[in-house]
Structures are given as structure tokens and as C-alpha cells.
Design a protein around this ligand. Structure first.
Ligand SMILES: NC(=O)c1ccc[n+]([C@@H]2O[C@H](COP(=O)([O-])OP(=O)(O)OC[C@H]3O[C@@H](n4cnc5c(N)ncnc54)[C@H](O)[C@@H]3O)[C@@H](O)[C@H]2O)c1
Length: 248
């Protein structure tokens, strides 16, 4: 029996990168998964490949009406959403504070911060009705520290916000059986990382005690655990997956 058997999950930003890896693992572990993204071509072909337990919905996570459609589509296709992985994210331009415009700041926060807020708002009523649910919010090591890896003020601010909101909602809704955790990846080899640096993470491996960048699947294993009933008493916590990069 799969570790997510009988669960309906929504994973945002799942057309590529870590979201795609989470979707593949969730389906393998028995979940029925709605994947969403603004990239329709890649998302639809992933859903086609994963078969009857995966369904793609085009969604911009910063749109509340898109969220209503995603939750409705999940319910009518598979049933009430029990697991939400707020994974969609954008890094924005890698620029210094003085070069970063107000518009660029708000664009990054709309996806990374507002998107997570709207996602939790959309699924929590159904989770309250069911008396259970697990929300996994993808932050970053940029949500733990302000370092070179934080990229820019908007990315860092939005990822700190994700960590804070996760704790608050975990505290406010624990009594109705909802768990909320944040995951903080370090340098993971995905299209986002390669676009921001290069195939080697811009030489980042030297700063990582484990000596390499991670594969997306190494983050998926942590997300799977948090989504599953194995994590039944794990909530309100941050889970760093960075090969000890920020440990010392
Ligand atoms: N790659 C890393 O090293 C790293 C490190 C720390 C945190 N993260 C975080 O992990 C998550 C996944 O990152 P990734 O590296 O797989 O990125 P990626 O760019 O490879 O994939 C992100 C996906 O999100 C989608 N997306 C972007 N804006 C969207 C929107 N408004 N609505 C819906 N979907 C949207 C993109 O189309 C893309 O498919 C992000 O939240 C990112 O900030 C990544």
C-alpha cells in the first residue's frame, strides 16, 4: 500500500522542477493528484504521462478565482483536498536592493507570498469539514537567513513570510486536525536554479558540506513524509533540506 493511498493532493508549480518530482512521487505512493501551473504545455503532458490519478489545471497561484477553480476541479474529479503543496515560486531578477523596482518586488511577492496565503485560504474550509489536512509550504534557505543564496530582497522577504504564515496557520488550525509545515530547500538542480546560476549552481557545491547540489527527488522525499500520516504529530516546523549548507 502506498504511503499516500486514498489522499487527494494539490501541487502547485508542478509542470517542472521540484513540483514535477513531487507529483511523480505522490502518484507512485497512491495519491490522486491535481497539478497546477501557468505552463500549460509541460503540465498537461506530465498529467497525461502520470495517468488517471493525475489531472492538470492551469492556474496562476496569485489569483483567488483560479484557486476556487482548482479546489472545485479537485473535488469533482477526485474528492476533497486533503494535502496541499504550495510549491509554485519565482526568484525574480537577481539584482541589488538599489536596482530592484517596486513592481519587481510586488511581482515576486504575488507568486511566492500571496500565492501561499490564497492556497491555504482555499483549502482550509474543506480540511476543517474533514477534520484533517496537511499543508506543505515550500520556502527556501532564503526564508531562514539573509545570505547570498537569498538572491534578492523580494525572494528573501517572501520566503520568510512563507515560514511565518506556516507557523501561524499551524497554531491556529491544529485543534481541527490541520498540520502545516514549511520546507526550506538549499541548492537544488531544477530549471529555476540553472536559470539563476548554471548547471553547477554557480560553484555552490563548495559551500555545501555534502559537496554537491541536490536532485529534486531528495526534497520530494521530505514533502512526501510531511504529507503522509507518518508525520501525524509534525506541525508548525521548518524542515531544511540543504546538505548542511546553513548548519555552521
Ligand atoms: N531550485 C532551488 O534550488 C530552490 C531552492 C529553494 C527553494 N526553491 C523553491 O522551490 C519551489 C520550486 O522551485 P523549482 O526550483 O522547482 O522552480 P522551477 O522554476 O523549476 O519551477 C517552478 C514552477 O512554478 C511555476 N510558476 C511560476 N509562477 C507561477 C504562478 N504564478 N502560478 C503557478 N505556477 C507558477 C513555473 O511555471 C514552474 O513550472 C519554488 O517555490 C522555489 O522558490 C527552489
Amino acid at each position: 500500500m502506498g504511503r499516500l493511498e486514498g489522499k487527494v493532493a494539490v501541487i502547485t508549480g508542478a509542470s517542472q522542477g521540484m513540483g514535477e518530482a513531487h507529483a511523480r512521487l505522490f502518484v507512485r505512493e497512491g495519491a490522486q493528484v491535481v497539478i497546477t501551473d501557468i505552463n500549460v504545455g509541460l503540465g498537461q503532458s506530465l498529467a497525461d504521462e502520470l495517468g488517471k490519478n493525475c489531472f492538470f489545471v492551469r492556474q496562476d497561484v496569485s489569483s483567488s478565482s483560479d484557486w476556487a477553480e482548482v479546489v472545485d476541479a479537485a473535488r469533482s474529479r477526485f474528492g476533497p483536498v486533503e494535502v496541499l503543496v504550495n510549491n509554485a515560486g519565482t526568484i525574480g531578477p537577481v539584482k541589488s536592493l538599489l536596482d530592484f523596482s517596486e513592481e519587481e518586488f510586488l511581482n515576486v511577492c504575488a507568486v511566492n507570498q500571496l500565492g501561499v496565503f490564497l492556497g491555504m485560504k482555499a483549502v482550509v474550509p474543506g480540511m476543517i469539514a474533514a477534520g484533517r489536512g496537511s499543508i506543505v509550504n515550500i520556502s527556501s534557505i532564503a526564508g531562514m537567513l539573509g545570505t547570498k543564496a537569498s538572491s534578492n530582497a523580494a525572494y528573501c522577504a517572501s520566503k520568510f513570510a512563507v515560514r511565518g504564515m506556516s507557523k501561524l496557520i499551524a497554531a491556529q488550525y491544529g485543534h481541527v486536525g490541520i498540520r502545516v509545515n514549511s520546507v526550506h530547500p538549499g541548492y537544488i538542480l531544477t530549471p529555476m536554479m540553472i536559470a539563476a546560476t548554471d548547471e553547477n549552481g554557480g560553484g555552490a557545491a563548495e559551500a555545501i558540506p555534502l559537496g554537491r547540489l541536490a536532485r529534486p527527488e531528495e526534497v520530494s522525499n521530505v514533502v512526501l513524509f510531511l504529507a503522509s500520516d507518518e508525520a501525524s504529530f509534525v506541525s508548525g516546523a521548518e524542515h531544511v533540506v540543504d546538505g548542511a549548507m546553513i548548519a555552521g
